[in-house]
Design a protein around this ligand. Structure first.
Ligand SMILES: Cc1cc2nc3c(=O)[nH]c(=O)nc-3n(C[C@H](O)[C@H](O)[C@H](O)COP(=O)(O)OP(=O)(O)OC[C@H]3O[C@@H](n4cnc5c(N)ncnc54)[C@H](O)[C@@H]3O)c2cc1C
Length: 385
């Protein structure tokens, strides 16, 4: 069997792998890159795929705009209301107090994925040495060698074939599209219940069709998945309350297991891990993909500089050094985002009385101490630089 040689191989054609390929080629069109994608070549096969609503930050929008990969079907968030079920403490964040056009944007995973595929196809036209291989996961492994291997295989907690450091929150997220009676437009709701966070987020379908993410123990989430529509809506109403009127319909219910899984070392010799292949987070703070896109962007920047140099400068040592510099540059953002998400996932699930009281006080503090609120919102919108 003949061996194909590349400068860079990117394993994984999810949002992070696609974005990394697109930014690398945009910065250095001559780059000799192979993207190994397990998804089919035809977009039609992906249109019914993962429809869950994902919150992208303004920082991610700015990054995706650079490659024309911002989906048209998107709902902005202008206000976020945070509360805890049956306890004191609430906070409201608005775009006005943060001086932003929007606090975030909600887009279906599949739209982010499809828009990035379209953006990469456009960039591919000017990239003579780029190969996009659609591989069959059941076929023999292709004989490909590369000077640098980028792992962007992603995956969900408990489906990944690597476990390093982290935590099993023993929680699942039930997601779906819910129709309500009377929701204020462009407002997101995050409510902390005894079993975990329950988020109701805007959607591009209009003010009364919202994305639901309801975290609970695996057994109660399974039970909720199996409930009839009427019983499901009744139990959702009881947890959420009547702030947005009656819950009228639920569609497309799906379940995801949640946990934290992260690599302490994201590089090893000529290999580097980005996106969910480097860290898989609880969705409570909506940070996983935002962090993964920042990984992809900064790695593309480093790799395009290195691989645009003359051949004799792309030595194994130069590659290892570049990857080590990349890892160092990601340290602060990774640790802050992983730490904040883990803290929120744990603190907002505990029912210990001191924690419940502390949580109420923290929400009140957030409400009454604008600098704290602004600092938290900025971390979530742009990450740590
Ligand atoms: C319920 C839920 C809600 C979420 N909400 C948010 C949110 O609001 N905001 C946010 O920022 N993040 C959110 N996330 C996290 C976000 O979905 C992930 O961080 C993001 O999908 C990671 O992208 P990725 O490309 O790294 O991995 P993936 O999306 O998993 O894509 C990886 C791709 O690689 C392919 N692949 C796997 N193995 C191989 C291989 N060996 N060779 C080639 N290809 C391979 C897979 O088929 C897949 O297409 C949420 C996650 C969940 C579960």
């Amino acid at each position: 069997m003949s061996v194909e040689n590349f400068d860079i191989v990117i394993q994984g054609g999810g949002p992070v792998g696609l974005a990394c390929a697109a930014w690398s080629l945009q910065k250095f069109p001559e780059a000799n890159i192979a993207l190994m994608d397990r998804n089919p070549a035809d977009d039609v096969d992906l249109t019914a795929a993962d429809t869950r609503g994902v919150a992208l930050s303004h920082g991610s929008k700015l990054l995706l705009d650079t490659i024309n990969a911002w989906p048209t079907e998107c709902a902005d968030i202008h206000r976020v209301h945070v509360s805890q079920a049956g306890r004191f403490g609430r906070a409201l964040m608005t775009r006005e107090e943060l001086g932003q056009k929007a606090l975030g944007h909600i887009i279906r995973y599949r739209d982010i994925h499809l828009t990035l595929r379209k953006a990469l196809r456009a960039i591919q036209k000017n990239s003579p040495h780029f190969i996009w291989k659609h591989i069959d996961p059941n076929a023999d492994v292709e004989n490909i060698q590369a000077k640098c291997v980028v792992h962007a295989e992603g995956g969900l907690f408990k489906t990944q074939d690597w476990v390093e450091s982290g935590r099993d929150y023993e929680q699942s997220a039930l997601v779906g599209l819910v129709e309500v009676e009377n929701a204020p437009p462009l407002q997101a709701w995050e409510r902390f219940t005894s079993e975990g966070p329950l988020a109701v987020l805007p959607s591009h379908y209009g003010p009364n069709i919202l994305n639901l993410i309801w975290c609970g123990t695996p057994s109660s989430s399974q039970a909720r998945l199996a409930l009839s529509e009427a019983d499901f809506l009744k139990s959702l109403q009881a947890e959420f309350g009547s702030r947005i009127g009656q819950f009228l319909k639920i569609q497309d219910r799906r379940l995801y297991e949640l946990g934290l899984n992260y690599r302490k070392d994201i590089t090893q010799a000529n290999e580097v891990w980005i996106g969910n292949a480097a860290q898989t987070l609880h969705p409570v703070a909506g940070q996983g993909l935002n962090l993964g896109l920042r990984d992809a962007y900064l790695l593309a920047e480093k790799l395009s500089i290195l691989f645009s140099k003359p051949e004799d400068q792309k030595t194994p040592l130069a590659i290892e050094t570049t990857l080590a510099e990349y890892a160092q540059s990601r340290k602060l953002d990774r640790s802050a985002t992983i730490g904040l998400t883990d803290f929120m996932a744990r603190i907002f699930t505990s029912n210990l009385l001191p924690v419940v009281i502390g949580r109420g006080l923290a929400l009140s503090a957030l409400q009454w101490l604008p600098p704290v609120k602004t600092a938290l919102a900025r971390q979530m919108m742009f990450g740590r630089r």
